[in-house]
Structure formats: structure tokens, C-alpha cells
Design a protein around this ligand. Structure first.
Ligand SMILES: Nc1ncnc2c1ncn2[C@@H]1O[C@H](COP(=O)(O)OP(=O)(O)OP(=O)(O)O)[C@@H](O)[C@H]1O
Length: 312
């Protein structure tokens, strides 16, 4: 089976701003794929092209075997995908249930409306008018509208912005359940914890291009990276007194190790022998956020084309 999403050398400019520059990636059926990147990196533009809401200047895009830029198959595509945008216009005077029921009517094989209300945890608000919902409840309604058509592929643009921590965890579980039931999910997020929790694979965009892509667990080689041990230098000790090579970073001892169990044993044994402690001891591998910050740190704004067409 071919991939659910195929993107090759995708390009899109707004006037002189090259928002998407030769972007390529694929999303397999049944996986959760996250597009990460700073504000203005080109994530929404990429998603909007795939959703059929925006034209492309060049490159290939295929979603569930259809070209999202082809008007002849636009309706077919619309029926098979679900979309949760950053800002969805809904009728404020309809109730939650009415809103979901109305959207269900747009699809050939929608989900059961009451089941969807429960899935997004809006059972208690089903008879409330949309205008009376809180920001987080409104976002959950957006999610309901994205899944009521029973799509094979769901696009989520920053799905949990404005959620409280409990609601966010609930939404994550829902997204995982949808994936486990066979749905393919493409999302953007600014929350690295969200990408870490949800995504099977991620791609990091910077200034319109993909700067890294791969399985979430190993992005940027973080699975093979050294473990870093840090602690406060005990009073009366110098870094040179420590039993392993170490450096002072921001006033704390930092030790990098390929064998953290043995290194910790050496360090804690040394401290106990001296009757001292390794205050504030931490043991860390680079997190997804560390890798993300490194990859996007030198990010420049989307390049502007000069009149000759070359980028700067
Ligand atoms: N309709 C538009 N007209 C002109 N420029 C646009 C338009 N939409 C986006 N841009 C520009 O294109 C670039 C990419 O924007 P895009 O919204 O795709 O980024 P993003 O990664 O989704 O950002 P965010 O995280 O803030 O949503 C930015 O420089 C933005 O200012």
C-alpha cells in the first residue's frame, strides 16, 4: 500500500516570501506524524496545501492517492479527510450537539453524533450554545468536527492549544485511540511533550525547509547521545578532584558518559567516601526539546526572493 501522504519538493511563496521550499516527506497509513517548527516556519502552509485549501507553486503532493490541488477530486478528498484548523468558524447560537450533527450531515458515512460528543468529553455541554463554551471546550468541539466524518486521515493544526493539563492528556488519549483504530494523523504542535507523547515520526521545519526528520525517539541522534550527569561541586573540592573527567557548565559540574551506571557508581562512591553529597544530582539524555531547540536555534525567517529569483 502506498503512503497516506506523499510530499516531494513542495514549494509555495507569498509574494517575495518563500514559505515552503522543496519540502519532502511521507506519512505511512496508520501513523501519527508531527510537523514541528517555530512560528512562521511553514507548517500551516504545508498542511493547508495537503488539505486542499491552498495552491502550491511546485512539487508533488498526494493525499490518500489524490492530488489535493485537483478540483475534480476535491469533494472526494474532503469526504475522506478531517481537518482541525487553528481557528474554525462555528455558529455561536447552535448547541454543541447541533453543531456536530450539522457537520455530520456533510459526510457520506459519519460517526454517531452522541458517540463523538462523548469521545471529546463534551457530554456535559451537549446542550450548551457554542458561544458559552470556554476556550478549551471550544477546541474540543473543533476536534469533534474533525472526526465526525469518520475520516481515514486527520489533520490537526495545534490541536491542544488552550487546553488545561487534564484536557490535554484526554485529547492525547483520544488521538492515540484514533490511530490505534487505523486513522492516519498529521499534526503540528509547539508542545514538544505533545510530539513526544503522540508522534511516531516527526519532521522539524525551519525557514520553509525540513532540517531534520525521523522517528521521534531517535531524532537528531538523541537515542545514541551521551548521558549527561550534573550536580553542584561539593564545597572544598575542585573539578580535578573528581574521579571522572568533568567540566563546569553554568556553575555546575557536568559529566558526559556512555556508561552512566558505572560513572554514577564512581561519582557516588567518591562522594560517600568523602562524607559529602552530590547536591542537585540530575541524569539526562537530550530530550526532544533539547534537539528541537538546537535544530531551530539558528533559524532564520522565511527567505525573501530578490528580483532575479535567487534566495538570500
Ligand atoms: N496568507 C499569507 N500571506 C502572506 N504571507 C503569509 C501568508 N500565510 C503565511 N505567510 C507567511 O509564510 C510564512 C510561513 O507561515 P506559516 O503560517 O505556514 O508558518 P507556521 O509554521 O504555520 O507558523 P505558526 O507556528 O505561527 O502557525 C511566514 O513567513 C508567514 O508570515
Amino acid at each position: 500500500m502506498t503512503d497516506a501522504v506523499i510530499v516531494e519538493d513542495l514549494r509555495r511563496s507569498y509574494g517575495a516570501v518563500q514559505a515552503v521550499r522543496d519540502v519532502s516527506f511521507t506519512v505511512a497509513h496508520g501513523e501519527i506524524f508531527a510537523l514541528l517548527g517555530r512560528n512562521g516556519a511553514g507548517k500551516s502552509t504545508t498542511l493547508e496545501i495537503l488539505e486542499g485549501f491552498r495552491s502550491r507553486d511546485g512539487g508533488r503532493a498526494e493525499v490518500l492517492g489524490l492530488d489535493p490541488g485537483d478540483r475534480a477530486t476535491a469533494r472526494k478528498l474532503r469526504e475522506r479527510i478531517g481537518v482541525v484548523l487553528q481557528d474554525i468558524a462555528v455558529e455561536p447560537y447552535l448547541t454543541v450537539r447541533e453543531t456536530i450533527a450539522r457537520n455530520a450531515g456533510y459526510y457520506p458515512t459519519p460517526r454517531n453524533v452522541d458517540e463523538v460528543v462523548e469521545l471529546v468529553d463534551l457530554g456535559g455541554q451537549a446542550r450548551r450554545k457554542v458561544r458559552d463554551l470556554s476556550g478549551g471546550q471550544k477546541r474540543r468541539l473543533d476536534l469533534a468536527l474533525g472526526i465526525v466524518g469518520n475520516p481515514a486521515l486527520l489533520f490537526l493544526d495545534e490541536p491542544t492549544t488552550g487546553f488545561d493539563p487534564n484536557a490535554r492528556r484526554g485529547a492525547w488519549q483520544l488521538v492515540r485511540d484514533l490511530r490505534d483504530a487505523g486513522m492516519t494523523i498529521v499534526l503540528t504542535t509547539h508542545y514538544m511533550e505533545e510530539a513526544q507523547e503522540l508522534a511516531d515520526r516527526v519532521a522539524v521545519m525551519s525557514a520553509g525547509t525540513i532540517v531534520a526528520a525521523g522517528p521521534t525517539a531517535s531524532l537528531g541522534g538523541r537515542d545514541a547521545a551521551l548521558t549527561r550527569i550534573t550536580f553542584a561541586l561539593p564545597d572544598g573540592c575542585a573539578v580535578a578532584d573528581l574521579p571522572v573527567p568533568a567540566a563546569l557548565v553554568d556553575g555546575r559540574v557536568s559529566v558526559e558518559s556512555t556508561e552512566p551506571t558505572a560513572t554514577l557508581h564512581q561519582l557516588t562512591g567518591w562522594a560517600l567516601e568523602r562524607g559529602t553529597v552530590l547536591a542537585g544530582l540530575t541524569v539526562d539524555r537530550p530530550s526532544l526539546e533539547d534537539v528541537y531547540l538546537r535544530l531551530t536555534d539558528q533559524a532564520t525567517p522565511a527567505p525573501v526572493r530578490d528580483l532575479e529569483g535567487s534566495s538570500r
